[in-house]
Design a protein around this ligand. Sequence first.
Ligand SMILES: NC(=O)c1ccc[n+]([C@@H]2O[C@H](COP(=O)([O-])OP(=O)(O)OC[C@H]3O[C@@H](n4cnc5c(N)ncnc54)[C@H](OP(=O)(O)O)[C@@H]3O)[C@@H](O)[C@H]2O)c1
Length: 243
Amino acid sequence: MKIAGAKVLLTGANGGIGRAFADELLRRGAGKVYLGVRNASGQTFPDDPRLEVVQLDVADAASISAAAAKASDVNILINNAGFAAFTGGIAAPSIDAARREMDVNYFGPLQLTRALKESPVFSSAGAIINIISFLGLATLPAAGTYSASKSAALALTRTLRAELKAKGTRVVAVLPVQVDTPMGAGLPEPRVKPAEVAAEALDALETGLEEVFPGHLSKEAAAGFKADPAAVQARLSQFVRPI
Ligand SMILES: NC(=O)c1ccc[n+]([C@@H]2O[C@H](COP(=O)([O-])OP(=O)(O)OC[C@H]3O[C@@H](n4cnc5c(N)ncnc54)[C@H](OP(=O)(O)O)[C@@H]3O)[C@@H](O)[C@H]2O)c1
């Protein structure tokens, strides 16, 4: 599938990976990019007539409906918005953050995808890219409820891939380790570059790959997980918040 000429709805467009996607989509000749942002005030984007900012809070049903109606001509949906509280299950003061992680990282992409049912996303010209995380495969207890939300998002991605196969929609999961963005600022270096995430995710659409581990750091992690998932989990399980 080609990015040139595509019409795209991108969530979390003002974040680190979101901005990299916007740049890369323009570079590859996308015809239109709706930039979904929770709070449009004070956001600046490249001056390009193909870009249109759309208010989109993926944790708000009314905002999702309005954005989907505005972007009803898209054939590519990129579910990129995400929230991480970086806490454990018991160590967190309440389950509020865990609920928010599920709202933003799981229910948001599910509701937005459903809202685009009448759009070209649900056709042989359509595609969905879901930005998951390596933590959807293995759990980091210090960010345990986030990991759970990303596992749910990965299961959802595989479900959508199966359900939409008959329509011809391509569904891609992107599973980076730590990325150099505001969300990843407290995570260990070196980190994957946001531009690598965007480029490899879009390459996957063009080449037919279904699950993408962007950058050599993510590929190393994926190879380690494939060889010995229990060893990877044991290593991550050392990082626990005190209760
Ligand atoms: N950075 C990492 O280490 C890393 C690793 C693996 C996966 N990821 C995933 O990559 C994706 C992008 O994150 P990032 O690294 O680019 O982080 P980021 O720079 O912090 O960006 C996060 C984006 O999500 C948006 N967002 C949060 N809650 C939202 C909501 N309710 N509705 C709409 N947008 C919302 C933020 O908008 P506001 O500015 O309005 O809050 C922001 O645009 C996320 O799904 C994240 O989980 C990140």
